[in-house]
Design a protein around this ligand. Structure first.
Ligand code: G6P
Length: 585
């Protein structure tokens, strides 16, 4: 969950690396570092903080040299300190390394290296890579990369820079992509790291090593056999990550939803048909995802059951190892993931494949590992999502889920892109009322969100947004479960948000609101109809198809979480301890 980048070309490396790291900072952001080569020596500058801050204090972009590597860190092994920030060097400082992943056998390797006299200057697992390269370099860089990769256990993508000006990268279970520009090469965790310079990418596979040496690129496997991968042209729009007139990416992405719910409807007809055919003919279906994408999985299950009369099971990707061990061979796993790089999701895909299942996916990044592992995938088409908390990707997933369900039930839902857009725009226009609700919630340490049926996954999603963005303890509860325990928590000053549009859940949920109100709690209703039981009513538009309410009722929750984040002095784009793309287990 770090980002790594290497550059070797005709231009000054440091400003390019800093620029690339800013674009990939969503992957992790507790510390930053760059190494360049100038006049045959490796220079390193690194420190704690975000790219902008560290660059300002250490003048990274002024470092000399046309060859270099860079890193943003999300700590796994070793605290957040300057010395644990990457790049890491070996003893005689002639090699520097940046890494993403976890080296599982680092303790054994460190003990062996220490016994051989190597001195470590950080607590990280990464530093063993630099020392191993140093030990193995006597046979040349090619052999050093192969021997080092063979010694490592775990998952890794790393880029190393050598004193002679060579940069080399290796990939195992973490993404690594080469950018091929007219005047140089990039080796990066994400296409965003180089898309402003080139749209030509080579996607490395597990077990690949690449070397850029005097402007020539070579790719081979861990056995040294040459590997050929095509150059893929990546859509330039993927690089569009400007926050425009908005104070934060998160706010922009919330507002983008009036367009992105429409864009999710733009699917390649052949792929859409293939996806629906596989799903419609499946004997058993499992749907998986992590975080927000898991909440979409829950909604998908409801939609398939209710409208498609298709039964599916949902499995959190982090639990798949235990839950999917007895999958039938002709099963389908539907994996939902914005990034397509979440380690838990990719592991569940691997497990399902090993049991003979077919993989369908709903994702946003079409160049991701998940896209490449799927028998068919659909894209939410919502453009890059930079804010750590998922917003537009969630509604994009929902819009796609509605489309797929509609096909499977022969048009019974009547999905309408125009209706989605108008409804989302109406909610976004209601920001003043949402701000009033945020005022009522300000200072609360616990917030409960209640909903039934399709609204329960939205309650879970709203609670996740409040935790991630506002650092408030929040819990999504199936409203019918209130009487089985949570009612004991209701008292004066408890804040409860009821998800209660006018559908078949309405009257039962209103009864719950009364029970809560009778215990003195403050009730905030998100609904298309006003009711006296609400201390504050957030109005959402009435929809012709009640199954679409989740798409609009989640938006006030996103805005509430954003506003509470600001009230609690949290940077909503970069909440503490989290990363957008969790590529470690
Ligand atoms: C991380 C993010 C969450 C996200 C989850 C799944 O935990 O912080 O916001 O929902 O990963 O991400 P994915 O890219 O697989 O949808």
């Amino acid at each position: 969950m770090c980002s790594i980048i290497g550059y070797k070309g005709k231009n000054s490396a440091a400003p390019i690396l800093v620029d690339s790291l800013k674009k990939m900072e969503y992957r992790g952001y507790d510390s930053v570092g760059v190494a360049t080569i100038d006049d045959g020596s490796i220079l390193v500058r690194k420190g704690i903080g975000k790219v902008i801050e560290v660059n300002k204090s250490l003048n990274i972009s002024e470092m000399a040299g046309k060859i270099g590597i860079g890193h943003t860190r999300w700590a796994t092994h070793g605290g957040v300190t300057d010395s644990n920030a990457h790049p890491h060097s070996a003893c005689n400082k002639n090699i520097a390394v940046v890494h993403n992943g976890i080296i599982e056998n680092y303790k054994e390797l460190k003990a062996e290296l220490t016994a051989k006299g190597h001195v470590f200057s950080s607590e990280t697992d990464t530093e063993v890579i630099a020392h191993l390269l140093e030990i193995n370099i006597s046979g040349g860089i090619r052999k050093a990369m192969i021997d080092t990769c063979k010694s490592l256990k775990g998952n890794f993508a790393f880029v190393a820079v050598f004193q002679d000006g060579t940069i080399a990268g290796a990939r195992y279970e973490e993404p690594l992509i080469i950018g091929v520009a007219n005047d140089g090469y990039f080796i990066s965790s994400d296409v965003l790291g180089f898309l402003q310079y080139t749209d030509k990418a080579i996607f490395l596979e597990n077990g690949d090593i690449c070397i850029v040496d005097s402007s020539k690129l070579e790719i081979f496997d861990f056995e040294g056999s040459p590997v050929a991968h095509p150059i893929t042209q990546v859509a330039w729009e993927l690089g569009d990550i400007d926050k425009g007139k908005y104070a934060h990416h998160t706010l922009k992405e919330i507002n983008d939803q009036k367009q992105t719910v429409v864009h999710a409807g733009r699917q390649d007809e052949v792929m859409m048909q293939k996806f629906c055919d596989i799903l419609g003919n499946a004997k058993s279906i499992y749907i998986t995802g992590s975080g927000t994408s898991y909440h979409s999985a829950l909604l998908f299950k409801h939609m398939l059951a209710r409208f498609g009369k298709i039964r599916a099971e949902t499995v959190m990707s982090s639990e798949a190892e235990y839950a999917l061990s007895s999958m039938e061979a002709d099963s389908i796993l539907v994996a939902i993931s914005q990034s397509g790089e979440t380690a838990d999701v990719l592991d569940s895909v691997k497990l399902a494949k090993s049991q003979g299942a077919k993989i369908l996916s709903i994702l946003n990044v079409t160049t991701s590992s998940l896209a490449r592992s799927s028998d068919a995938f659909l894209s939410t088409n919502c453009g890059p999502e930079i804010g750590v908390a998922a917003t537009k990707s969630f509604t994009g997933q929902l819009a796609l889920i509605y489309n797929v369900t509609d096909r499977l039930c022969n048009g019974c839902l009547g999905t309408s892109k125009a209706e989605f857009a108008i409804a989302v725009e109406n909610v976004l226009a209601n920001v003043a009322s949402i701000a009033k609700a945020a005022e009522k919630m300000n200072g609360a340490t616990d917030i409960y969100l209640l909903g039934r049926s399709l609204h329960y996954p939205v309650a879970l999603e709203g609670a996740l947004k409040l935790k991630e963005l506002a650092y408030v303890h929040a819990e999504g509860i199936a409203a019918g479960e209130l009487k089985h325990g949570p009612l004991a928590l209701m008292e004066k000053n408890t804040i409860v948000i009821m998800l209660n549009p006018h559908d078949d859940t309405f009257s039962d949920t209103i009864s719950n609101a009364h029970e809560i109100k009778a215990r003195g709690a403050t009730v905030i209703g998100i609904s298309d109809s006003k009711d006296d039981v609400y201390d504050h009513w957030i109005e959402i538009p009435r929809l012709n198809q009640s199954a679409f309410y989740p798409l609009v009722e989640v938006i006030p929750l996103q805005i509430l979480a954003y506003q509470l984040a600001l009230a609690n002095s949290v940077d909503p784009d970069y909440p503490r301890n989290l990363a957008k793309s969790v590529t470690v287990r």
